[in-house]
Ligand binder design. Structure first.
Ligand code: SAM
Length: 369
């Protein structure tokens, strides 16, 4: 079998890319290369967003099963040094629930100066931790915020903590963790009417807002296509207050499609002005999927590779690492997991439950969103 083309070879029961495939890093059978690592540091969260978690929470992983700061640093080292990963996003669960998050960031940043490290968080606790995280080497933050109305926020997140999230986003900006990106999920009849208000709020603060289509990754399995607020609807709602112009820049594997935001022409027909007020991103994973451009590889909080958010398979890295496997052996397992990455999630086909799409067992919080 040829080794120069990266054609898979059977090693034990696994398909492992070899030759050029190995040199190229985390390549898959469909010609994609993963360079963007999303690593979950914890499965636990202090909110219970209806589209993600059940009201009662989930059975959390015991602390001993979570990766330690040293293990996270080793796994990131394998990704960067052996597998060509160029970008790291820490996520969860809620990463700020880990008291040693600063230690994790500092250890990874010290081992990989220049590696862009960002964090996805609900922002609760950032007022006291943003400066420390920045000092530790964190570069940037995404704060999740679905509503500016305290009651709506509490209904969606099942916790009355809007003020802390807003203060957290401001604290991130003050600490220089910029650009602060805001992630918002819209739910029909709950907060979808807030889309223009959220955008006006974000633009006024210099935050980069991204709407995420709700994905069928909720622990309650309550997602329905009828309730999905689609990217087209989001653009329509925003168009009632702003003029959106497709951003000319290259998308380069980014999940969000970017739009320049301009003021609407005035009632007298006067142009709203050429200068953009900023940009807005829409992540249309369901209705306008971008699987063919995907550059992501994911590690769950207990150290398992998922090649895709919607995978049904995981490959354990932490177990072998703890049992004494070498960096090269762990890298081989990671390559094999990514080589098997499915071509697409299949969600864009009509009717969930069709052969095209089966919801994974794990919810978003347990995968690491
Ligand atoms: N707790 C952190 C936070 O709130 O950002 C990090 C983890 S959370 C799972 C990451 C992102 O996934 C959040 O922006 C959240 O809104 C989003 N998310 C969770 N469930 C989702 C779903 N079913 N569809 C779309 N986005 C979802």
């Amino acid at each position: 079998m040829s080794v120069s083309l990266g054609i898979p070879q059977v090693r034990g029961a696994e398909l492992v890319p070899s030759g050029a495939g190995r040199a190229a890093g985390l390549v898959d059978r469909h010609g994609r290369r993963a360079t963007d690592l999303r690593l979950s540091v914890i499965d636990k969260c202090n909110l219970r967003c209806t589209y993600c978690m059940p009201a009662a929470g989930l059975p959390w992983l015991p602390a001993a099963q979570l990766m330690s700061p040293a293990e996270i640093t080793r796994i990131v080292g394998i990704a960067v040094d052996l597998l060509g990963v160029t970008e790291l996003r820490l996520t969860g669960g809620e990463p700020l629930v880990r008291p040693d998050l600063e230690e994790i960031v500092a250890a990874v940043a010290a081992a990989h100066p220049g590696l862009p490290i960002s964090l996805t968080t609900n922002g609760i606790g950032l007022t006291t931790r943003a400066a420390g995280l920045a000092a530790a080497g964190l570069g940037r933050i995404n704060v999740s915020l679905d509503s500016l109305d305290a009651d709506t926020f509490a209904a969606l997140a099942r916790r009355d903590r809007l003020a802390e999230v807003l203060a957290g986003a401001e604290a991130a900006a003050a600490a220089g963790l910029v650009p602060v990106k805001i992630n918002a999920v819209l739910m029909r009849g709950v907060n979808d009417h807030e889309a223009p208000e959220l955008l006006g709020w974000a633009l006024g603060r210099g935050f980069a807002l991204r709407f995420i289509e709700q994905m069928p990754l909720d622990a309650d399995h309550g997602w329905t296509r009828e309730h999905l607020v689609t990217a087209a609807e989001i653009r329509h709602r925003l168009g009632q207050r702003f003029r959106l112009v497709a951003h000319p820049g290259p998308r380069a594997g980014a999940p969000a499609q970017l739009w320049e935001v301009h003021p609407l022409p005035t009632a007298t027909g006067e142009a709203g002005g050429d200068a953009a007020l900023g940009t807005v991103g829409i992540i249309a994973s369901v209705t306008e999927p971008f699987c063919d451009q995907c550059t992501r590889t994911r590690i769950t909080a207990e150290g398992r590779v998922r090649s895709c958010l919607f995978s049904h398979e995981e490959v354990d890295l932490l177990g072998p690492l703890r049992a004494g496997a070498s960096e090269a052996e762990v890298a081989d397992r990671w390559r094999a997991a990514m080589w098997a990455k499915p071509a697409a999630h299949g969600m864009d086909r009509p009717g969930l439950g069709s052969p095209g799409y089966v919801q994974p067992e794990r919810s978003m919080s347990a995968i690491g969103g």
